[in-house]
Structure formats: C-alpha cells, structure tokens
Design a protein around this ligand. Sequence first.
Ligand SMILES: [Zn+2]
Length: 294
Amino acid sequence: MTARAPLALTLVLAACGAPTPEGPPDDTDAEDAPAARRRALVIGIDGLRPDGLTAAHTPVLDAWFAEGALVLDAQTQATSPTVSGPGWASILTGVETSRHAVIDNDTVTGRSADTPSFLQILTAQGHRTAVIAHWTGIPPLVGPDAGPVALAASDAAVGTQLAARLAADDDDCLFVHFDEVDGAGHGAGFSVDQPAYLAAIEGVDAALAATATWLDARTGEDWLVVMVTDHGGEGTGHGPRNDANIRIPQGVVAAGVSVTPPPQPSHLDVAPTVLHWLSDAPDLASFDGASWLP
Ligand SMILES: [Zn+2]
C-alpha cells in the first residue's frame, strides 16, 4: 500500500447533500430525502502481514481506507495458535477461542453454537447476507441458517463472483475470503522480499477493482467496508504466538462516520463493528472485541 491520493470520495460523500449552484444544501430537501440504506462488505485476506500490505501496490484498498482508519498493529485472537481455523472463527464470531471452541484447522466444524457468526446474527434479524470464500474451512465457520455461502476456485474468482453478486442481488452484508496471499506465503515466504507474496496481495486488490467501481456508482446507500486477516506469517509458515504471526493490518471505513480504533485493535472487532453498523439494537457487550464506530 503506497501513499497516494484517494481515488474516490464517493463512500463518504454519498451521505451528504449535493450542493446547489446557489449555495449549500437545502435543509428542507435533506429532511425530505429518504435515509440512506446501510450495507457492509467485509474483505478477508488470509495471511496478510502489515509490511506486505504497505509494500504492495494496492490502489483499490488505498482509496477505500484513506477515508477511514487503517492500522498496522492490530492483533489476532489472544489465545490459540495463529492458524486459520481459530483466526477466522474469532473474526466471524467476535469472541476468543475459549468461547467459540475452534482450536485448530481440524476443528472448524466444531464451532460452538453459543457463539454465532455475525452472518447468522444478521440473518436472524432479517438481513440478507452472502459469503464467497476460497478456503473450504470458511463455510462451517459461518455456520447454518445464514445466507448463501459460495466457494470460489481462485482469488480472481472471488472478485468476479463478488461483483456478480452485488449486481444481481440485494444483500445487506457480504463477507469474502481471499486465500492466495497465504498460499504465496507458504510457497515462497511471508516476506516483502518475496515477489510472489507481494504479487498475491496485488492480485487481491485487482480482484476488488470491479467492486470498487460498482460501490462508487451507488447512491442512496451508506457502505461500511472492512479489511481483515486471520494471521501474519514468517518464513514459510505461521502458528507460533509471536509478533510476526500475531500482528496484523486492519481497516474500517464507514460512509459519513468517523472511525476510531480501540487502544488495542483486534480482529475480534470485526463482528461487533459490522453489527453496530447494521443492527438496530446490537448486543455489543456479548463480544470480546470492540466496535470501531461511534
Ligand atoms: Zn490463514
């Protein structure tokens, strides 16, 4: 992620009245306008190190999070190995491993029913949700009684399926999972010195370009966009609880709202942040993470 000017301000400006040629927005018109509908997109990028995100050329992600908050020192769940099963379980449920019970990649089908995913909570509240995932461990972690969960064969396919889903359906919340950054890390190394690792990050950014264009063209909708990962990496692996694996990047942007990360941001913050945005009465105290929204 290189420093550059935001490509589009639509996400934030969409909530504002358009100025008239005569002067500022007309208050009467603003009061008469229907409230913008809130929607959310959660972008999961498996095995994304903070320095990898910084070093890669990611114009789509840069433009989104220039308007919100992007931190490079968030943390994974505070317990259990830094592997995908417990990582994505904590992201989807907003609670620690001791509560969701997914201790490794072999226990993804054993997530506690007492700690539903944010997609299950939203579905129970009447919201429309959808998931597109590259890793087969994601569907059982999302759980039953949520919206459709599709598998994609590549990160490019995740992007294509996401763009198609946005154009054809009317979801309130979409969660997508990209897996090739983790794959490049295991193959070449989780390192900014490995061109394959940076290329995979740039591939995710490119896969999101059509979605960014689509979101920029929307009116009457206020979008929350979240970027999250399950763990970092070192060498060609991850799992031990050390800084290289625990420290992760995380971003949140919300149309028309200032975003404030808590003192120690965590990927457990994603579920409460999404529910804070979309739910009328979110039970934020039930999560081990914290909302980034006011
Ligand atoms: Zn992973």
